[in-house]
Design a binder for this molecule. Structure first.
Ligand code: AMP
Length: 222
């Protein structure tokens, strides 16, 4: 099964993708995580991407599409995946369709749009802390770690993403707004889109997604 999570930064795509990946035994592919890994490892891609990321702008499609193409040739993605942070615009959506088509005529099965309001987004992102090793998310106020700036799960250091500063959050939201309506239209036309309110508890959102999958899954899809 191939699932896309759409929504503004801070809507909870990463959290839902991790939980869904566990529930459905699928791979979680976050293009933001892949890019951050490249930046940390100072690869050519990382060097080309870092400035765009720090400004809250999109990394050029060509670079991201190549990166995704490589990831989708890995064996763990063959039974399906949950995409988080991709596509960001119609050109990427088309590139993904082409990639899947070339893989024995596969296609996207579900697109879940996590709809969160701006005050909730800003509040979530400006307090977000991320584990440098296992990627678990915490929040300075709503979900502080038990030990100061250390992950409850693996004990590694927590950090604040450089693009979670208020100015960059605003820029990321602006970029998101420019592209989202086209993307929603694209997947609505393909009859794959489901919209879910995502201001509340992550467990409620996960339950809703699982219900929709159960109601609409057509297991004959390849
Ligand atoms: P995210 O972790 O999804 O919030 O992404 C962090 C940053 O990585 C974004 O602000 C972009 O600069 C870059 N990025 C992630 N995914 C994409 C994508 N599909 N296309 C272009 N840039 C991306």
């Amino acid at each position: 099964m191939r699932i896309i999570l759409l929504g503004p930064p801070g809507a909870g795509k990463g959290t839902q993708a991790k939980d869904l990946a566990k529930e459905l035994s699928l791979s979680h592919i976050s293009t933001g995580d892949l890019l951050r890994q490249n930046v940390e490892e100072k690869t050519e891609l990382g060097k080309a991407a870092v400035e765009f990321m720090h400004q809250g702008a999109l990394v050029p499609d060509g670079l991201v599409n190549q990166m995704l193409k490589r990831r989708l040739t890995q064996a763990d993605t063959q039974k399906g995946f949950i995409l988080d942070g991709y596509p960001r615009n119609i050109r990427q959506a088309e590139a993904l369709d082409d990639l899947l088509k070339a893989q024995q005529n596969k296609q996207v099965d579900f697109v879940f749009y996590l709809d969160a309001s701006e005050p909730v987004i800003i509040q979530r992102l400006s307090g977000r802390l991320v584990c440098s090793k296992c990627g678990l998310n915490f929040h300075l106020k709503n979900m502080p770690p038990k030990k100061d700036m250390l992950c409850d799960r693996c004990g590694s250091n927590l950090y604040q993403r450089p693009d979670d500063q208020e100015k960059t959050i605003k820029k990321r939201l602006e970029v998101y707004r420019q592209e989202v309506s086209g993307l929603l239209q694209y997947y609505q036309q393909g009859n794959k889109l489901y919209s879910i309110l995502a201001d509340g508890d992550a467990r409620v959102v996960l339950k809703k997604i699982m219900q929709l999958i159960e109601q609409h899954d057509d297991s004959s899809k390849v």
